[in-house]
Design a protein around this ligand. Structure first.
Ligand code: CTP
Ligand code: MN
Ligand code: MN
Ligand code: MN
Length: 368
């Protein structure tokens, strides 16, 4: 590390510095290595190291200089002993033996493959791995493996879904969903969220928030929208989770990562003719491809919190919640911001940043 550069150790600065710097100076070797370590602990559901490595990666990404020696790395926040050993290894040998061991590990490779199927999480993947299954054909041929509806569709549309979506395809999906919502609920509002709101060029799905000003109406929106998509022959799969918000006591002490809103996870048919530039990823001769779409329908007064929570990235959400808790003694989640004994109201995301004493951050600045 170059000498004499101040290190932003205060968390308040850290969270803003971390996401606003456009220069990513962490060598790609180190970045890739940390990504593998995070993913490995995610897949094997080991929470401690997963959190530690993702924080370290996030801090290292935000440094406005390239790490050239070990000097000074002990002063970096969130960069622990294990990450420093990793940096040392990479500086010295240009590679990490621990990471290479993981990459060559049969369990890692298999869990990664299995969880790449829509509907298959780390638990199912591990169950299959422990049954001795190593490939999709073995899973599909095993008479004792029961696939749920989501997993069946995950396998059915595997090629399309694993390909991901371009920004042009996301825009085409946005047009289809927008038209559909306007047809069944002209007074409803639909906005893009998730990775494509952050300006990503590539994503694994397209996420939308749908709201209406009529109280209670939000709960009937998603069934109406799915019905209309079905009529148009565009609905390949749907899993609808009705709202459980009313069942929960508010204020709730245990703030959750996910939320209680009405939501649905869909697979839609996207016609190539709808994609500007023809849609390179649409298989020739078929004229359409399958795409993953998520819809969430919060009550209107929860919109700002939903938008902040669903815009992501996941790492940004974790950092922001942690900042609220540790630095402000507040609780932030997809529903609310709770300060000691009261809820702080917000109409827009800007209100939430202001309550937290942070400068507003544009969605594209939240891409960690
Ligand atoms: N999210 C959430 N509750 C859910 C599902 C998602 O709060 N039930 C949040 C996630 O934490 C994330 C955002 O919504 O911050 C978008 O999720 P996702 O679509 O998985 O990730 P993207 O950032 O959009 O990236 P991509 O889809 O391209 O993988
Ligand atoms: Mn997404
Ligand atoms: Mn994702
Ligand atoms: Mn999503």
């Amino acid at each position: 590390m170059k000498e004499g550069r101040p290190v932003a150790v205060e968390t308040r600065h850290l969270i803003q510095v971390r996401y606003s710097l456009s220069t990513i100076c962490l060598s790609s070797l180190l970045q890739d290595a940390l990504e593998v370590l995070v993913e490995y602990h995610e897949l094997t559901e080991i929470e401690g190291p997963r959190v530690a490595y993702s924080r370290a990666a996030s801090v290292l990404k935000s440094l406005p200089w390239t790490i050239e020696s070990m000097g000074g790395t002990e002063a970096l926040p969130c960069v622990g002993e294990k990450t420093r050993t990793l940096i040392q290894e990479i500086l010295q040998y240009g590679r990490s033996f621990e990471v290479e061991k993981i990459l060559a590990d049969e369990r890692y490779q298999t869990l990664k493959l299995f969880t790449s199927v829509f509907g298959v999480g780390p638990k199912t993947a591990d169950k299959w791995y422990r049954r001795g299954l190593r490939s999709f054909s073995q899973i599909l041929a095993d008479p004792d493996v029961q696939l749920n509806r989501m997993q069946q569709n995950g396998f059915l549309h595997y090629t399309d879904l694993s390909r991901g979506l371009s920004a042009a395809e996301a825009r085409a999906v946005e047009a289809v969903v927008g038209e559909t919502v306007r047809t069944v609920a002209p007074n409803a509002r639909v906005v893009l969220t998730g990775g494509f709101r952050r300006g990503k060029e590539f994503g694994h799905d397209v996420d939308f928030i749908v709201t209406t000003a009529e109280p209670g109406r939000e709960n009937s929106l998603l069934p109406l929208i799915m019905g209309r998509l079905e009529e148009q022959g565009l609905l390949l799969f749907q899993a609808h989770h009705p709202s459980t918000l009313a069942l929960k006591k508010i204020p709730c002490r245990r703030f959750e990562a996910m939320d209680y809103y009405s939501k649905c996870f869909l697979i839609l048919k996207l016609e190539g003719s709808r994609v500007q530039g023809g849609g390179q990823a649409v298989p020739a001769g078929r004229g359409w491809r399958a795409v993953r779409v998520d819809l969430v329908a919060p009550p209107i007064e929860r919109f700002a919190f939903t938008q902040l929570g669903w815009t992501g990235s996941k790492q940004f959400e974790r950092d922001l919640r942690r900042f609220a808790r540790v630095e402000r003694n507040m609780l932030l989640d997809n529903h609310a911001l709770f300060d000691k004994n009261q809820f702080l109201a917000a109409v827009t995301e800007k209100d939430i940043f202001a309550h937290l004493g942070l400068e507003y951050m544009e969605p594209w600045q939240r891409n960690a």
